[in-house]
Design a protein around this ligand. Structure first.
Ligand code: PFF
Length: 457
């Protein structure tokens, strides 16, 4: 036991743990539908540019803050500067908003797994759009009710957190994660052989600059935060567990490469296929949160052993989602615990009830509350928007001000430089001090002005 555990300590252990949190529904479910929605290749290009510049700088910063202070986010920001304690709260609120709707999608994944494992894959594929619409629209009986699957996903997450068996789950997911990557490669390869997939591949890979807008950038930025678990205090906590002798810079490169590769692969699996199914016309894609669930059953259907592949796929996605929802829930539980000094079990139960209540809004948002919209969005989209496109950019902006202009990027550079030269130091300094904050203000302002109808970008 001890031996096994020690083999996962050190830098590789750190990278695997952080990558386990980072790779989840964000890569598999969220990235493909955003890429399809925001113009394909142009979104991809903007995303990659942001990942290697801004994503790199912010992840290095967060991990270094965590390792330097040895604290999780609320304490860590306070320790850097007393006046910035509120930033910890701002970051800490984000998982509170995300985890309920994350579990709603997790529930959809279990439902699709149940359909495929019971041999129903072909029936789902035959009318995949209506099947999905009726399912989330709460049109069917008990087993077709998304509320049931949502509650199941929440309870599974809570059970792991309450019984403290995260280590066991992590071990399983270390086998599941590579298996998922291999399966995605196989499915993507297959999807690309569909008639008309080439048009979709072009749409996905070749940037069309006429589709560029401030929404593309904000969409890509929010996705970057979400996918790499940034601007929500998570990487600070991970950093606080990292050893001083391990290289932060190398670890960040590896986490980023892995996370981005899985997202790109998921896009490759879904976008060319959906364009092919639409007769080769990318403008006809109806890209929303249902994209993965509507498209993939049809891809599986066209493959030999489609039911088996579909079953395997959804169970692997389920594990990726579970490891992520566990780390999200853990964050919320430990925040509440620190503040209220309750026991761990009681806190987890209370947090679980809260997740069930808030998540129900997202479930009903597609059913009886479908006509109730906030800023023209359904509930799930609204929660997603408020966390990714509003709170995270604001949190990231304040972090840049704190690190770039109050405590100074030197503090971060010293921490990163503890094990050798910090190769990206110059870029880090310029990014955090100037480019990132100016860019964040510009993009938020552009969005607000666009929403108010004052400008069009
Ligand atoms: N990065 C995860 C994903 O892409 O699905 C989402 C997430 C999970 C963020 C867990 C933060 C976290 F702690």
């Amino acid at each position: 036991m001890t031996k096994e555990r020690s083999s996962f300590t050190g830098r590789i252990g750190f990278v695997l743990a952080a990558a386990g949190s980072a790779v989840g529904l964000g890569n598999l479910w969220r990235f493909p539908y955003l890429a399809a929605k925001y113009g394909g290749g142009i979104f991809l290009l903007v995303y990659i540019i942001l990942a290697v510049t801004f994503g790199f700088a912010l992840m290095v910063t967060e991990i270094a803050i965590g390792r330097k202070t040895g604290l999780s986010c609320i304490g860590a920001y306070k320790k850097l500067d007393k006046r910035f304690g509120f930033l910890g709260w701002l970051a800490g609120i984000v998982p509170v908003i995300i985890v309920p709707y994350y579990c709603v999608i997790g529930g959809w994944v279990i439902k699709y797994f149940a359909e495929f494992v019971s041999g129903n894959g072909s029936a789902v594929a035959a009318d995949s759009e209506n099947f999905f619409g009726n399912f989330i629209g709460m049109q069917g009986g008990l087993f077709d009710n998304p509320m049931l699957w949502f509650v199941l996903f929440v309870l599974l997450t809570a059970a792991v957190v309450i019984f403290g068996v995260e280590k066991g789950i992590e071990k399983v997911s270390k086998i599941m994660m590579p298996a998922l990557v291999i399966l995605c490669i196989v499915v993507a390869g297959f999807a690309l052989t569909t008639d008309g997939a080439l048009q979709g591949l072009k749409y996905y890979l070749l940037p069309d600059f006429s589709k560029f807008s401030s929404s593309t950038v904000l969409g890509a930025l929010g996705q970057l935060f979400y996918s790499m678990s940034l601007a929500m205090g998570i990487m600070i906590t991970y950093g606080s567990y990292m050893k001083k002798e391990d290289s932060i810079e190398k670890s960040v490169h590896q986490i980023e490469i892995f996370d981005t590769a899985v997202a790109l692969l998921a896009g490759l699996m879904i976008i060319p296929a959906v364009v092919a199914f639409n007769g080769g016309d990318p403008s006809k894609i109806n890209a929303g949160p249902g994209l993965m669930f509507v498209t993939l059953p049809r891809v599986f259907e066209s493959m030999p052993f489609g039911n088996v592949i579909g079953t395997l796929f959804f169970i692997l996605v389920f594990f990726a989602a579970l490891t992520s929802s566990i780390s999200l829930m853990e964050t919320v539980v430990s925040m509440v615990q620190d503040k209220l000094h309750w026991g761990r079990k009681l806190t987890t139960v209370v947090v679980t009830v809260g997740i069930l209540l808030i998540g129900s809004l997202s479930v009903f948002g597609y059913g009886p509350l479908a006509d109730f919209k906030i800023l023209g969005m359904q509930m799930l989209d609204f929660f997603d928007f408020i966390s990714n496109s509003v709170l995270m950019p604001i949190g990231a902006f304040i972090t840049c001000i704190l690190v770039g202009h109050v405590v100074g990027t030197k503090v971060i550079a010293e921490e990163v430089g503890l094990n050798g030269k910090f190769a990206g130091e110059k870029m880090h300094r310029v990014m955090i001090r100037w480019i990132a904050p100016i860019f964040l203000v510009a993009i938020l302002a552009a969005q607000v002005l666009t929403a108010a109808g004052i400008i069009t970008i």
